[in-house]
Design a binder for this molecule. Sequence first.
Ligand SMILES: Cc1cc2nc3c(=O)[nH]c(=O)nc-3n(C[C@H](O)[C@H](O)[C@H](O)COP(=O)(O)OP(=O)(O)OC[C@H]3O[C@@H](n4cnc5c(N)ncnc54)[C@H](O)[C@@H]3O)c2cc1C
Length: 418
Amino acid sequence: MSFEYSAKTLDLMERLNAFMDEHIYPNEQRFFAEVAEGDRWQPTRLIEALKVKAKAAGLWNLFLPESEYGAGLSNLEYAPLCEIMGRVIWAPEVFNCSAPDTGNMEVLVRYGTPEQQERWLKPLLAGEIRSAFAMTEPEVASSDATNIACRIERDGDEYVINGRKWWTSGANDPRCKIFIVMGKTDPDNPNRHRQQSMILVPRDTQGVKIVRHLPVFGYDDAPHGHAEIVFDNVRVPASNILLGEGRGFEIAQGRLGPGRIHHCMRLIGLAERALEKMCKRSLQRVAFGKPVAAQTVTLERIAESRILIDSARLLTLKAAYMMDTVGNKVAAKEIAMIKVAAPNMACQVIDWAIQAHGGGGVTDDFGLAYAYAQARTLRLADGPDEVHRNAIGKMELAKYVGKDAIKAYVGASGVSRA
Ligand SMILES: Cc1cc2nc3c(=O)[nH]c(=O)nc-3n(C[C@H](O)[C@H](O)[C@H](O)COP(=O)(O)OP(=O)(O)OC[C@H]3O[C@@H](n4cnc5c(N)ncnc54)[C@H](O)[C@@H]3O)c2cc1C
C-alpha cells in the first residue's frame, strides 16, 4: 500500500493551493456578505465568477474516478485535493466538486442512459445546473432504507410519484433543476433489496412542492439549503427510471460510497483549518501571565488534534486506496470506518478550537461555529454513526461465525443505508 502522491496530484495540489490563496481565502467573508444581500436563495456572483476561473485553470470536475468525464484521478489522487477544497465550506462548488452534485453525477455516469446523460449529466458537469438527492423521509426512520414509504407507481408510459421527503440538500437553490428520488415500486417484494427504485424528477414538474427549508443549528446554508418536499401525484415519463425497477438500493450503495469519502476528505481540511486557527489564536492571547498556547491543557489539545487529524487522513487514504484497487463493495468496511471517524474527529478538533477562542469561538467571526454545525451534521447525513458502527461490528464478527450466521447472533436489522 503506497500513499505517496502521484506527480499529477502534486501538480494539482500546487495549482489548487495557489487558487485558494488568490481567490478563495481573500473572499471568505464576501461570500456570506453576498448571500446576506437581498434574496438569500439566489446564487452568488462570487461563486459564478470563480467557477469560470477554476474551469480556465483546469481545476474542474476533479472527482469522478474511472470516467472519461472527470480529470482522470483515482480516489487516492483526489483525496488531498478534496481536503484542500474542504478548508473553506463554500469552496468545493467553485471547482464543481460539491455535494450532492458529485454523487448525483456519479449516478448518472454509472447508471444513466445516453438520453438521461445528455439531458442532465452534461449541464451538471458544465456547472450550469445543480441537483438534489431525495431519499430521507420525515415520517419514517430513514436510516433503514426499507422504511422508505414514497411510492413510484407505473401508469402507462409514466410513473406517478407520491410521498414526502425532507433533508433534500440543495433543493432550495434555483439552479437545482433535477432530483434523484428514491421510492418504492414494489413494496411487497419479499426481497427487501428489490422494493426500491430511483427516478429522475425535474424540479419544475407539476406536483413538486417545496414546503420549507430546514435550518441546521439555525444556519440556513443558503443558497444551497435543505428542503422538505411533497411529491403530489407527480408524473414523469417511464424513461426517467434509473437502471430499472427494483435497482434503487443497488444505486444507493454505489452512490453513497464515493459521496461518503468525499465528505471525510473535506472534513479533514476543515479540521486542519480549525487547528491552524487554534494554534494562532492561543499563541496570541495571554491569560494568567502566559499565552493560552502555553497552558498544558491547550498543548494537549493541539497535540491530540494533530494525532486525530493525521489518523483520520491515513484511514481516508486507505479507504480511497481500497476503493481504487478492490472496489467500493470490498472497501465497505473502510468506507464505514472513516464515515464514523472523520466527523467525530472534526467535531472534537473544532470544539477545542472554539474553546481556545473563548466567546469569540461561538460567534461567526472565526468561522468555527459554522464549521462545527457542518461537521456535526455529518454524524447523521449519509447514515448515522450507529448504523455504520453496526455494519463494521457485524463485518468484524463475521470473521468468526461467517457472513450468513451473523444474523443469528446480532439479529437481522433492516436494510440499512450503511
Ligand atoms: C444537513 C443534512 C443534510 C442531509 N442531506 C440529505 C440529502 O441530501 N438527501 C437525503 O435523502 N437525506 C439527507 N439527509 C438525511 C440523513 O441522511 C438522515 O437524517 C440520516 O440518514 C438519518 O435518518 P433519520 O433522520 O430518518 O434518522 P432515524 O432513522 O430516525 O434515526 C434516528 C437515530 O436513531 C439511531 N439509530 C438508527 N439506527 C440505528 C441502529 N441500527 N443502531 C443504533 N442506533 C440507531 C441513531 O442515533 C439515529 O441518529 C441529511 C441530513 C442532514 C442533517
